[in-house]
Ligand binder design. Structure first.
Ligand code: SME
Length: 160
C-alpha cells in the first residue's frame, strides 16, 4: 500500500516538489511504463485539486495515443499538431490554456473542461508523451502549475 497524504493547501511550488518526490518513489525500481503511468495519473489526481481529467497521451508514429488516466473516457487518437495535446507534442512546449473555447482546434473530450495544461515528456531530445490536465474551472492553471508539472515530467521521463 502507498500512503501518500498530500496537503493540497501547500504553496504550489512546494506541492509540486512533493508530488515530484512522491512520483520518483512510486516509479523507483519499476520498469513497466504502463504501470508507472497508471500510478502517476492516480498520484497527480490525489495531489492536484480542481481537475476533471489527468493523464497521459503517448507519441506513437505521427499521432498521440491515449495512455493511463483518471477521469472520463477520452479521445483515443490525436494527430500531432491537433488540439492542445497535439500542439504540446509537436512543439515540445508546454501549453497553458486558460480558456479552452478560445484555443483554435481544442478537442473537447469532456464537455466539462474549461481550462487545460499540457506538458511534454521529453526523453533523449524526443517528445515521447504528454501529460494532460483538464479543469472545470476557467483559468485553473498558472505559471507555477506549468513549472511544477514540467518538474514532474522531467523526473518521470525515464520511467514511462
Ligand atoms: N482537450 C485535449 C484532448 C484530450 S482531452 O482533454 C482528455 C486537446 O485539445 O488536445
Amino acid at each position: 500500500m502507498y500512503a501518500f497524504a498530500p496537503d493540497r493547501s501547500l504553496p504550489k511550488p512546494e506541492l509540486y516538489r512533493e508530488l515530484t518526490e512522491s512520483a520518483r518513489a512510486l516509479v523507483a525500481g519499476e520498469s513497466d511504463g504502463v504501470a508507472n503511468m497508471a500510478n502517476l495519473s492516480a498520484l497527480i489526481w490525489q495531489y492536484v485539486d480542481w481537475l476533471n481529467w489527468a493523464g497521459f497521451y503517448r507519441v506513437i508514429a505521427d499521432e498521440l495515443v491515449l495512455g493511463p488516466f483518471q477521469g472520463r473516457a477520452a479521445c483515443i487518437r490525436i494527430p500531432l499538431g491537433k488540439g492542445v495535446c497535439g500542439a504540446a507534442a509537436a512543439s515540445g512546449m508546454t501549453q497553458l490554456v486558460p480558456d479552452v473555447h478560445a484555443f483554435p482546434g481544442h478537442i473537447a473530450c469532456d464537455a466539462a473542461s474549461r481550462s487545460e495544461l499540457v506538458v511534454p515528456v521529453i526523453r533523449q531530445d524526443r517528445v515521447i508523451a504528454v501529460i494532460d490536465l483538464d479543469s472545470p474551472e476557467p483559468a485553473r492553471f498558472d505559471a507555477e502549475d506549468a513549472a511544477g508539472m514540467e518538474l514532474l515530467a522531467k523526473a518521470i521521463a525515464a520511467a514511462i
